[in-house]
Write a protein that binds this ligand. Sequence first.
Ligand code: P6P
Length: 344
Amino acid sequence: MATFSSKIVTIERHTLQQQQFRPGATGALTQLLNDIAASAKIISREVRRAGLGDILGDDGSVNASGDDVKKLDVYADKAIYRMNDHTGRVCVMASEEQEEIIPIPDKFASESAKYVLMFDPLDGSSNIDCNASIGTIFSIHLRQSKGAHGTLEDCLQPGCKQVAAGYVIYGSSTVMVYTTGYGAHGFTLDSTLGEFLLSHENIKIPDAGKIYSINERDTHSWTPNLQRYVAWLKEEDAETRRPRTSRYIGSMISDVHRTLIKGGVFMYPGTVKRPDGKLRLQYEVNPLAFVVEQAGGCAITEDGGRVLDLQPTELHQRTSVFMGSKNDVDECAAFLDGSHPALA
Ligand code: P6P
């Protein structure tokens, strides 16, 4: 007789269990992750009723990235700030929506606050009004500074120093994926309970996929090797899994989540207009690269370097990125550096 073995694990219990892998842990990171999960529930509720609450559309302002700010962007940004500004766990925050680092109010600031929280409160917000999936991305570092307030330098650490990272995708269901360096784990929100329940334990990205994801609008401004790679993907050759399928939602969170689950490669290269690409290193690419690597995948920049090894110099700096299944990223890297046999 089949044994029914799907255990019910809440994200609160899971983060507590993961704490045992961190000797000397005080529980602050566990509580910070649960604070982020709580923020996600608040944001998810608003996203789910966006069409009804007259919350659609622009609020008329422009953010640090130069993007039109949607009302939901502002709502999500404030929800994460208000959840974390008073807990004594976070010494400084940074957000795509705010030009400068976000200090903790003096009355809550403390030198015992251990963590730095950076986030894109609502990635893909240009898709809000057409009901495409959007998401929240977060990155957590240990502070390096002393004193009550965290500093800009605390927010300019390389991705390999992240102690935790993850994202929440507000799609057909709300799913939160996080890692603390011990695998990548996904939780689906049961909104009737208000609980994130374990649904994707220890995610492993397929070693090779059939999907490539890139905005082909920019084909003319890619490097010749990248143009050749994408053209090669479209050729017929069963032995090398070609032609591959093209999928591009235009919401990084959705394109990367699909890549994580189904395999393949997500690419946002440099272009003539933006030589470093469009995506932000500190609170978009680094956290997703951490998750993808923890799931057994890879994340590189156009020069072939590991994303997580980049040393940031500016808070909102951009980077090119090629991330996904190891075989696909290795294949892409061979085209980018000109060594692939198909270029001979
Ligand atoms: P493009 C959404 O605006 C976003 O920041 C990412 O979520 C997404 O991957 C990218 O921009 C899409 O950019 O140039 O293809 O429209």
